[in-house]
Ligand binder design. Sequence first.
Ligand code: NDP
Length: 379
Amino acid sequence: MKYHSSSKSTRRKFLYNLGLTTLSLPALSSLYACSGKPSGKKEQSVNDGKKDKLGIALVGLGSYAGGQLAPALQQTEHCYLAGIVTGTPSKIPEWQEKYSIPDKNIYSYENFDSIRDNKDIDIVYVVLPNSMHAEYTIRAAQAGKHVICEKPMAITVEDCNRMIDACNKAGKMLSIGYRLHFEPYNLEMVRLAQEKEFGALKKMSSAFGIHTSPGIWRLNKELAGGGPLMDVGIYCVQAFCYVSGMEPLAVTAKEGPKTDLEKFKEVEESLTWQFEFPNSLVAEGMCSYSESICNLRAEAEQGWFQLEPAYYYGGLKGETSKGKINFPQVNQQARQMDDFALAIKNNRPSPVPGEMGRRDVKLLQAIYEAMQTGKRITL
Ligand code: NDP
């Protein structure tokens, strides 16, 4: 599934130029108790050639692994594409040829556990359908590997707990594929809100919708756990939390009309919800599988700031009530994976840990409960 890949503050630009860790970590990790505090120390560099880079194995060679993660791993400084795990042997020759992956670093879902004996692989990156995240994260941790798991972390909070426990027990780190924590436009939204550049926040809104084809796993409740809320609505939920620096207190939600009963027989086609945050702040979210839309807006006491598109892989645009904002486009996935490699190397927390993934799954479940019962659900 592609989320469109297209190709000012002077202080923020200066920080950006200092590099990834200086920009991303203090800005976002300070918002989340569960992510711990940034060390503030200059981080050890591990880019002295491939042997010092951490090896990543991608599990599930679908469109995100092939279209974004593998190319991003050609640009990373602190980690590299060392191995692959696939259930489709016919994909192997192309991947081997493109990325020079040796035979010994190729696994199937059946022999995946033997990855424990492979010293080339430090990190397992789970890029499978949502309901498979828990099993492969737990197996990876039990095999002694650090894990990056794609969003949504899992389809139930119980699964998230099992994943966190398995990583803790193995003494391995777990992070979620929340790439926008490493993206300058989204970080600027955080800064504008947190530094109250336009005063206190009054209202936020965000919509993310993509078109889907019939028959894909995203429409299968067992594999996806739900519809567009699990897939794209989660970006709005995330943004409301990282921009405000708070967590919602209550939620109401309403399912949108179904235009195709056969295609959407298992999951919602669209959904709107409203979060109530502390300080009378409200946030209105919308997600859809039959509309192309992608925005994030914050209204504050003395002005507004917004992104449109807000969450694509590139081509983001930002504006405030004072004018346009401009940042360089970055490879979000490369920055995200490099940050995790540095977190491991320097023994500091990831700013996007499993606990954050679990919090979001809890919020998604509350939105579904509000939608199904028609009631206001307190959190
Ligand atoms: P795809 O359908 O393109 O790929 C999923 C891959 O998983 C398949 O190609 C297959 O790989 C493997 N697989 C194993 N079992 C199954 C099964 N029963 N049905 C389907 N596929 C299976 O999905 P995406 O790559 O788009 O998404 C994968 C994950 O990544 C999802 O959790 C999604 O939410 C997340 N994602 C995150 C994005 C982000 O921006 N952070 C963007 C897009 C997706 P193989 O043939 O190698 O076994």
